[in-house]
Design a protein around this ligand. Structure first.
Ligand code: ATP
Length: 360
């Protein structure tokens, strides 16, 4: 996957700006507040339908403007593709290869971008929701059957929750939606489990370079209910009384989590801040490498403010791994990361200043 062009309009401090990216390393430098992160944020928004810096309504649209626009041209498996979106406060419009898209998920499926940024530690020490989103992003890209199953589950969950809140909890309808929820939930869990198993070797290969002190890693899906003991259908039936009292479904794949165990380091509470970041980075790159190993090509990798996120030694190792992968990489920083020159790769340089992006 190779991003050729990114254009933004009325996005954060940018009035109108574009950047023509190159294969391999792309370095964006500029002073604090110049807009470097916003460039990565725009590409992330197109690829994930959300920002990595809080909610979209919290300031993505340039002050005083009615709507933002972001547009990207890329190449995947030799095919030229393009996508754009417009966001005006509450509403979205998106296009993919010249056609309107109904769901932002279609853009997410087509455009693979992985971002490591100062908030990425949440993948390790944040809530289970962050890890579920991580797993599901991977599945969207490697398993085409995942999205329909996920939608089916989300719909059944919404219906069951609505019925739980109705007085008396219409039981025939509840039975029907529970059946649908259990079926799609079991399917979803099988897909997640297979994904975690598939991801493991890529992560294991990367870990000695990114977090050598870990000595090894093991991933385990926690499905969101006591799956070893009972089926989801039975678990839902057993928890019905409690769920009626709560007014929502208290168990199931929407409560799943990913357990990450390290051989030579304590659990997530015992990791230093730096180790937490290194582990998050390993998880993200492991996911990218897994996608590449399955023939989907490397996603574009974005590393925000790399120089202040990792020490010199780990930066150097990371840059070597990335150079070897051949992935397209976007790096931001107030200056070039230490060790970039020593890696011996061509780097396309861009300077961000006063809401403009200058090519080197
Ligand atoms: N909605 C908005 N309208 C106008 N300007 C905005 C808006 N949101 C953010 N900004 C400005 O855009 C800039 C955001 O920059 P960004 O975080 O991308 O910078 P950066 O170069 O990554 O900075 P740093 O090196 O400090 O992380 C800031 O100057 C901020 O004041």
């Amino acid at each position: 996957m190779l991003i050729h062009l990114l254009r933004v309009e009325a996005f954060r401090r940018f009035d109108s700006a574009e950047i023509a990216l190159r294969p391999g390393f792309n370095l964006l430098t500029g002073d604090n507040g110049s807009g470097k992160t916003s460039v990565l944020e725009a590409l992330h928004l197109l690829a994930h339908g959300r920002s990595f810096r809080g909610r979209v309504r919290d300031g993505l649209i340039r002050q005083g403007e009615p709507a933002l626009q972001a547009y990207v041209e890329w190449e995947a498996e030799g095919v030229a593709r393009r996508a754009g979106l417009r966001h005006a406060g509450g509403s979205w419009e998106a296009r993919l290869d010249g056609e309107d898209v109904r769901q932002l998920g279609q853009l997410c499926e087509a455009l693979a971008v992985i971002t490591f940024e100062p908030g990425s530690h949440a993948l390790v020490d944040g809530s289970a929701e962050v890890r579920r989103r991580y797993l599901d992003w991977g599945l969207f890209h490697v398993e085409h059957g995942f999205m329909p199953q996920w939608r089916r589950y989300a719909r059944a969950l919404k219906q069951r929750n609505a019925l739980l809140r109705q007085t008396g909890g219409a039981s025939a309808q509840l039975d029907a939606w529970e059946h649908e929820l259990a079926q799609s939930g079991e399917e979803l869990t099988l897909l997640r489990e297979a994904y975690v198993t598939g991801l493991q070797p890529s992560l294991t290969r990367l870990l000695p370079n990114l977090l050598p002190a870990a000595g090894g890693v093991e991933l385990l899906l926690q499905p969101g209910w006591k799956r070893q003991e009972l089926s989801l259908a039975d678990a839902l039936l057993l928890s019905r009384e409690r769920d009626l009292a709560l007014g929502y479904t208290s168990l199931g794949p929407h409560r799943a989590d990913l357990r990450i165990s390290l051989r030579d380091l304590p659990g997530r509470e015992g990791l230093s801040r730096g180790q937490t970041k290194q582990l998050a980075l390993a998880l993200l790159l492991g996911q990218a490498a897994h996608l590449a190993a399955l023939g989907g090509g490397w996603p574009a990798l974005q590393l925000d403010d790399l120089g202040s996120e990792l020490d010199r030694h780990h930066q150097r190792r990371l840059l070597e791994v990335l150079a070897e992968s051949g992935a397209q990489v976007l790096i931001t920083g107030t200056e070039a990361p230490v060790g970039l020159a020593a890696v011996g790769v061509d780097v396309a340089m861009f300077h961000v200043e006063h809401g403009k992006i200058g090519g080197a």
